[in-house]
Every structure is written in C-alpha cells, then in structure tokens.
Ligand binder design. Structure first.
Ligand code: SF4
Length: 295
C-alpha cells in the first residue's frame, strides 16, 4: 500500500488505521518516493538536525554583520537577557536561537531551509529548547522533525511555502505550524492535538506580508524568526491545554492559500510595498545597491 496523503486529516486518519504514529507515515512516504531504506531517510534527517544545531551554536556566538550591514549580533544580545526578560527563560532562549540561525543564513552560512531559508530558525529553535527542557533523546527530536516535514508537505501541496507566492504567512506561518506540531508531538500529544497546534499557529499569522528591505532576507525576516518561535510555543501550549481552533487545520491551510492569492504582488517578496518602501528602507537599498529596491 503506497503512502499518500494530501491533507492533515488524511495523514491522521491513515496513521490511526495503520496503528502508526503520523511521523512514521511521513518516513514511509519518503522511503517510497526516493526508493531508499528507512535507515537512509532517518540518517538524512539526523544530519539535517546536526546542521541546525551547528547553525544555532554559531549564531549565538557570532557578532558578524551580514554583507549588507542590516543584521547580525542580535541573537547574542537576546540570549544575554534570557534570565531577566519578561518572558520565561525558555521563550527567550528559543527566540535567540531562531534569530541565531536566521543571522547565519543572512551571513551566507549553512542552514537547513525549514521550510525556507527565510524561516529557517523557527523549527530548530523550538525543538532544541523543548528538548533541553524535557531531556529528550535525539531520536525523539528527529521524529518530531519528520512530523514537522509532514505538516510542511501538506501546506506545500495545498497552499504554498514561498513568500513570493503567498507572503510571509506562507514562510514564517508555515514554519510556525510545523514547529507547533513538532512540539506537540515531542510532548506526547495525540494526533488531533498536533492538528490543533498547527491550526492555532498558522491561523494567527494569516495575512502576514512579505516586504523585505532591499529585497534581502534580513529585515524583517531575522527578528521575525525570533518572534514566531515564541508564537509556535504558545500555540503548542494552547493545544496541549485543550484549546481548539474553531476552524480545522486543513481549512486554515486553504484560507492561507486564498489570502495569498488575494495579496497584492507588492507584498509578495517584490520589495515594492510595506516596510520595503519606507524612507529608511529606500535609503538602505540605495546604500547597498546604489538604487531603490523597487526600481
Ligand atoms: S518577509 Fe519575506 S523574505 Fe522575509 S522571511 Fe518572510 S517571506 Fe521570507
């Protein structure tokens, strides 16, 4: 029996029918698609996790600025405040880690696009932080990453994961859903609770514009990764507390696709609207490229 699922409802129903955890179906689909062994699929994800960990560590140490000079060094600053902040230590640590990975990306370092380079910090940051809180084994983290991958696959199949197609709701919004679902799984939440976490996380980022300054994946992207990591943690905690989304997750994904379709091109990674056309952003674009970013 080939493993196929187009929606999260289908994934969860198949998992129940086959008496398997949903992430196992994601692994099986990958094995069937690529005609490789389970060990090969697992090991590839394990390698991804190690790249993510290296990026978090590097970004937290670094004060390096990006080539444009727009970003760099903020992860270290946020991390230094983790014990004095308004938020608890875990939330600020996750925010710092998400910014760290995003700063590594902005400085042309090695990251895992998860689901995209612009949103690369969110999933690793929440998983590393939650795993430390819970003392999770690496295998549990890798399994949670497969759950995140399955959520991303469903969004990609039914909507989009690129800012150019659907605005930042498609990039950071999808990453938030992937991160929330992965966290719920790590905490032992049942498949319907995973779906609630994804729905709550994605629903509350619907409509988010993609308006990067100078067309670079730096402003607002880098700090947004930090904010969205905390957002995903809140969504996971809400779901685990029994909070439900009135709109089911697959309908939220459908709404995201519809909003992306209605969104003007100026707010879809063209740097022709929003923050990108503010006087400060235009001046930055002239300094970096010698011209306006939207000319
Ligand atoms: S603002 Fe645009 S470029 Fe930046 S992370 Fe969001 S979708 Fe990606």
């Amino acid at each position: 029996m080939m493993t196929e699922f187009n929606t999260l409802a289908e994934l969860m129903a198949q998992a129940a029918e086959r008496k398997l955890p949903p992430y196992e179906l994601v692994i099986r689909r990958e094995m069937e698609t690529r005609a490789v062994s389970r060990a090969a699929v697992w090991s590839a994800m394990q390698k991804n996790w190690r790249v993510m960990q290296a990026a978090m560590a590097k970004g937290l140490r670094s004060e390096e600025r990006s080539l444009s000079g727009l970003t760099g060094g903020d992860a270290k600053r946020i991390f230094s405040r983790r014990q004095q902040g308004f938020l608890g230590e875990a939330a600020l640590t996750a925010a710092a880690r998400a910014v760290a990975v995003s700063e590594v990306n902005a400085a042309m370092g090695r990251i895992v696009a998860c689901p995209t380079a612009g949103s690369c910090g969110i999933v690793p940051a929440v998983l590393q932080t939650a795993a430390e809180q819970r003392g999770s084994h690496e295998d549990e983290i890798v399994a949670a990453l497969f759950m995140a991958a399955g959520i991303g696959m469903v969004v990609e199949q039914n909507a989009c994961i690129a800012g150019a197609a659907g605005g930042c709701q498609a990039e950071c919004g999808t990453a938030a859903g992937m991160a929330a679902g992965a966290l719920v799984q790590l905490a032992g939440g049942a498949p319907p609770v995973i779906c609630e976490g994804v729905a709550l996380a994605m629903k509350n980022l619907l409509g988010l514009a993609c308006d990067p300054v100078a067309g670079l994946v730096e402003v607002p992207c880098v700090k947004r990764n930090g904010f969205v990591a905390v957002h995903a943690m809140v969504a996971a905690d809400m779901a685990l507390a029994g909070v439900c989304s009135v709109i089911p997750v697959d309908e939220v994904i459908g709404a995201m696709q519809e909003i992306g379709r209605l969104m003007p091109a100026a707010l879809r990674e063209t740097a022709a609207g929003g923050l990108a056309v503010t006087p400060t952003a235009q001046a930055a674009a002239r300094r970096i490229f010698g011209k306006s970013s939207c000319s």
